[in-house]
Design a protein around this ligand. Structure first.
Ligand code: PGA
Length: 248
């Protein structure tokens, strides 16, 4: 049985004071949860979450990293720097990075490899746009995004990673994939991995992301191949985030 993982993706939100209140609220309400819990925060807040969450049941991570180990890359942050701040996770290939910052499948694959090399657990985001879904190429797109990573790092690398299926049309839009729509893509992803390595496929955590909320979390998380959530908007509210964690 896979343990579910609920991770907050704060995106470019927060301040030291707001984060303090948010994290205190989440810590106070954690109780004993079945699901694992993590928050992925902007780089400047890593010291704060490390100080506040060390010794707690909440893991933390970043939302991006450089594919390079070190060097003349002004403004970039390496995997080992994230490791220094106690990160367990790093989001790789979020659709906003792919669409707004031109991250290709090849770059995403390099970032994934860089994260693994430093001992971080990459949360690899995959997902189709509305146009792609309507054009009937959802599986082709998600398959291609996954293939790029497997070609570079090998299928065994997925044993040390998380995959997040995030349909682009559902992110921050209030439109959620139906449990059936999400389950179908999750089953496709697991099936694709199973064809290469059955044990890796069975252990692989595949999160759903895209307008997951307290009201739809239980139904989504109840699907056989949905193993958690990557939560944007609702992760900025302690009660909403906790309600999703409890549904897991
Ligand atoms: P959302 O974002 O929950 O606000 O839709 C999810 C994500 O982009 O990771």
């Amino acid at each position: 049985m896979r343990r579910k993982l609920v991770a907050g993706n704060w995106k470019m939100h927060g301040s030291l004071a707001e984060n303090d209140a948010l994290l205190s609220g989440v810590l106070a309400g954690m109780g004993s949860l079945r699901a694992g819990v993590a928050v992925c925060v902007p780089f400047p807040f890593l010291a704060q979450v490390q100080a506040k969450l060390t010794g707690s049941a909440i893991a933390w991570g970043a939302q991006n990293l450089s594919q390079h180990a070190k060097g003349a890359y002004t403004g970039e942050v390496s995997a080992t720097m994230l490791k220094d701040f106690g990160c367990a996770y790093v989001i790789v290939g979020h659709s906003e990075r792919r669409a707004l910052y031109g991250e290709s499948d090849a770059v995403v694959a390099e970032k994934f490899a860089a994260a693994l090399a430093a001992g971080l657990i990459p949360i690899l985001c995959v997902g189709e746009t509305l146009e792609e879904r309507e054009g009937g190429v959802t599986e082709a797109v998600v398959g291609r995004q996954l293939d790029a990573v497997v070609a570079k790092s090998g299928v065994a690398a997925l044993a040390k990673a998380v995959v997040a299926y995030e349909p682009v049309w559902a992110i921050g839009t209030g439109k959620t994939a139906s449990p059936e729509q999400a389950q179908a893509v999750h089953a496709f992803i697991r099936g694709k991995v199973r064809a290469l390595d059955a044990a890796v496929a069975e252990g692989l955590i595949i999160q759903y992301g895209g307008s997951m909320k307290p009201g739809n979390a239980a139904e989504l998380l109840g699907q056989p191949d949905i193993d958690g959530g990557l939560i944007g908007g609702a992760a900025l509210n302690a009660e909403e985030f906790l309600a999703i964690c409890r549904a897991g």
